[in-house]
Design a protein around this ligand. Sequence first.
Ligand SMILES: [Cu+2]
Length: 159
Amino acid sequence: MKPFKRLTLRINPAALSVMAIALMSGRAAAADHHACQVHIGHPWVRATPNAAPTAAGYLTVTNTGRTADRLLGGTTPDAKAIEPHAMSMAGGIMRMRLLPAGFEIAPGATLTLSPMGDHLMLIGPIRRFKPGDRIPATLRFAHAGAVRVEFAVLADAPR
Ligand SMILES: [Cu+2]
């Protein structure tokens, strides 16, 4: 998994638009040749006010492979990091915490990250995320490796 580190941060904007085009046209070449083992549904990020310290990201991941996998986090050129966060209720207070080992996804299972629950936390957005924006990102899986996605920025959860 080492070569993955910071990859997207070093790519120049021209290369990024090429990546985006590759993504839209279906499959993005070599980097996601394991991506057939995980299917990502409806990635979206909640819109942020100016200078927000974090932004919450949601999606579903279905593990279509025969091996258990883990969603470990990811990278995006639009924030410092993407971390897997768990939500829990204790004494009437919602708390979130970093999951260093990520979200486990058993073969055939679907992980659902949604508001008020477990989520991906985009740490340190470099700009305001406005409704209608797209946030390109690379998710990192223990087994499937690097998988490119594009988060839609929405003011509210899709119905
Ligand atoms: Cu969080």
